[in-house]
Structures are given as C-alpha cells and as structure tokens.
Write a protein that binds this ligand. Structure first.
Ligand code: AMP
Length: 211
C-alpha cells in the first residue's frame, strides 16, 4: 500500500501513521522527522530548514522533494509506505506524480481548528527518537519519559501557540488544496478525527479496507 496522510498539523496523522505502519508492516516517512533529525545533526539542510520550521513556515519545495526522492529509493519502501507530512503543496504532489509513484489513496484526517489548538498545547515529543505523546490523549507510561527509548519528552518549539496558528494558516492556504488535487484523481478518502485515537483508527482502517 502506498498511502498519503493529509490533515492539519495536530490532526493525528503521525499517530495514525505509526499504527498503520505497524499493522501493514510498511515504513512511515515523515518529512518533518527527517528534517528535525537533520537539524539535530547540524547538517547543512537542517540548518537551512531551521528558520522555516521555527516560524511554522514550509521548507522550500525543492528541499523536501529531494529528501523524499532519496528516501523512497531505499529498499524498505519498495513494498509500500505511508507518507506523513508530504506532499504539502501542489508542486510537491506533482513531483511525486512525475517520479512515477502511483499512490493508492490520500487519506485526510479532518479536525476543527479550535480542537487542534487545544490538542497541540498538550503535545509532547521524545527529544531522542521523535515519538509523539499527549498529556491527555496519549500518555506515556511514566510522565515525561518516552515508552520506546526512555528519552525525555519535550514541547516542540513549533507547537507553541503563535506558531501553531501560523501552521494552521499555512495548512489552509497551501496544503488543503491537495484535497481537490487527489479528489480529481479519485484517490481522496476523508475521515473525521475523533477524540479517542482508537476511534479514529477504526474509521481509518474502514476507509482503507474500501480501496
Ligand atoms: P511536521 O512534523 O510534519 O508538522 O513538520 C514540521 C515542519 O517541517 C513543518 O512545519 C515544515 O516547516 C517542515 N516540513 C515538513 N514536511 C514538509 C513538507 N512536505 N514541505 C515543506 N515543509 C515541510
């Protein structure tokens, strides 16, 4: 399965990606995680991306397209993958088409902006492995500690309230038009994001079973 997950930042794409990834044994490719890892390593790409990420802006198309091209050519992607956070603009979607990647579906997880702002204020990420948690909806076994690697859970700089509002604007202006793009290709699936992660997963799996 080759799946794109669409949705505003904080709509629960990352969590659903992890669940589907495990269920179908296919990798999740998160451009956000790749960029954050590069930033942590201090690579040239990471340093270039930092200013955009911190403001909640999108990193230039050519940078993320380059990342995706390289990542999708790796052997673990040949049997399918989930794209979490890519494409985020029409040129990125066109680049994917040009690469000859035939996706099966673009699944949009829809949550109201007001709910997203509420959710993102409780979001925590592991500073070591990038796994995400929530103070209310997805608590770690031990407060402040990652279940997977024992790393410290922190608030991402771009999850701060002002940046969140900017990210939502960027989403509506630049990413939401992708829904029409994939609708025209008859690949768009829509799922209403629920408060409970498991309820959203049930809807996601039902939608995927129909492709
Ligand atoms: P995410 O974790 O997916 O919310 O991504 C965090 C940040 O990384 C975004 O706010 C952007 O600055 C950048 N980013 C991730 N994916 C993309 C993309 N496909 N296009 C442009 N910027 C991206």
């Amino acid at each position: 399965m080759k799946l794109i997950l669409l949705g505003a930042p904080g709509a629960g794409k990352g969590t659903q990606a992890e669940i589907i990834s495990e269920k179908f044994s296919i990798p999740t490719i998160s451009t956000g995680n790749i960029i954050r890892a590069a930033l942590k390593e201090g690579t040239e790409m990471g340093l270039k991306a930092k200013a955009y990420i911190d403001k909640g802006e999108l990193v230039p198309d050519e940078v993320v397209i380059g990342i995706i091209k390289e990542r999708l050519s790796e052997s673990d992607c040949q049997g399918g993958f989930i794209l979490d956070g890519f494409p985020r603009t029409i040129p990125q979607a066109k680049a994917l088409d040009t690469m000859g990647i035939a996706i099966d579906a673009a699944l949009s997880i829809e949550v109201m902006d007001s709910e997203i702002v509420k959710r993102m204020s409780g979001r925590r990420v592991c500073e070591k492995c990038g796994a995400s948690y929530h103070t209310e909806y997805k608590k770690p076994a031990v407060e402040g500690v990652c279940n997977t690697c024992g790393g410290k859970l922190v608030i991402r700089k771009d999850d701060e309230p002002e940046t969140v509002l900017n990210r939502l604007n960027v989403y509506h202006e630049q990413t939401e038009p992708l829904k029409d793009y994939y609708k025209a290709q008859e690949k768009l699936l829509i799922v209403e994001g629920q408060d409970d992660v498991a309820d959203t997963t049930a809807l996601v799996l039902k939608a995927l079973s129909e492709i």
